[in-house]
Design a protein around this ligand. Sequence first.
Ligand code: NAD
Length: 325
Amino acid sequence: MKITILGGGGFLGRKVAARLAEMGSLGGKAITGLTLFDLVAPPPLAAPFPVTTLGGDIAELPEAAIPPDTDVVFHLAAVVSAAAEADYDLGRRVNLRGTDAVIDACRRLAKPPRVVFTSSIASFSGGQDGLLPDDTRQIPANSYGTQKAAAEMLLADASRRGFMDAVCLRLPTIIVRPGRPNKAASSFFSAIVREPLLGLETDLPVPDDFKVWVASPRRATEWLIHAAAMDTAPLGLDRSLNPPGMCVKVSEILAALDTVEQGASRLVRRVADPVIAGIVGGWPAGFEAKRAPAHGFTAHEPLIDVIRAFVADDLEATRTERGIA
Ligand SMILES: NC(=O)c1ccc[n+]([C@@H]2O[C@H](COP(=O)([O-])OP(=O)(O)OC[C@H]3O[C@@H](n4cnc5c(N)ncnc54)[C@H](O)[C@@H]3O)[C@@H](O)[C@H]2O)c1
């Protein structure tokens, strides 16, 4: 089985690649090759199968990114929320035309590959008091969410036409993101845990009682891998799923942080940011998420375990990457 990860140098791309390297197989079939594609060629990865790394622009996807005998494509490459809002042309190019390029590449293959696409809860509106059933209409309040919703439609149609076999996961906000703050409007939800654990101050742009729909990197990785191997026949024409994240308040995140490291939340400064609050305030904070569990997507672990997993999996590497003693 040959696999490609587009966006393979990003946060989730690297997590999925590392998990595949640990597993050595997917859906009971041995992995025989992995291609990691990103703007800049991702670093080499130790794995029990050959790994090829490639750099380039997804909007002009080189053929080598999805070789002829590819079975699974993880399409994770994206311009994230605040960046796509700040630069309309860039967001459209990468998030929309990039997805078009993936469809064209899959059409050229002899056998339609499974395509796992990372959509987002930002493709919905609904705000703080929303509790969205699975069949809620997507009415995005930002360009990123619009591009994700449009990409879902294109991938569902490409699946209907037999060019691919797509599964689109509308991921919650993933916490705790390692490394440095990024250009996602939701970046601060990770920063309020990660930065204090590094001994650094950080800003909280929303009130403490702000609610957010989250998932951990471990859970998101497991969902993406499940999406790559699941039986898609029962999905019918509807290729998109709301996986079972969890709704938490900022105050609950800070309390869990203090349980893991006493007093760490004192490093979180309350600095209101109406622009960021405006973007994330439009995203729904709650989903019923009944359909995804019925298709084998596992329930979320408790918040405290999410923070402990960050400490176990990523804190040391983040310290090293950022040169923090
Ligand atoms: N992390 C989250 O909280 C979250 C939530 C919902 C959805 N998602 C989606 O999940 C996916 C992965 O997210 P992530 O957090 O790993 O983001 P990330 O920014 O770490 O990874 C995305 C990768 O895409 C690459 N990329 C950007 N433009 C490109 C281009 N023109 N050509 C090729 N590659 C390009 C980037 O270099 C980056 O490595 C994205 O599609 C994102 O929209 C993430």
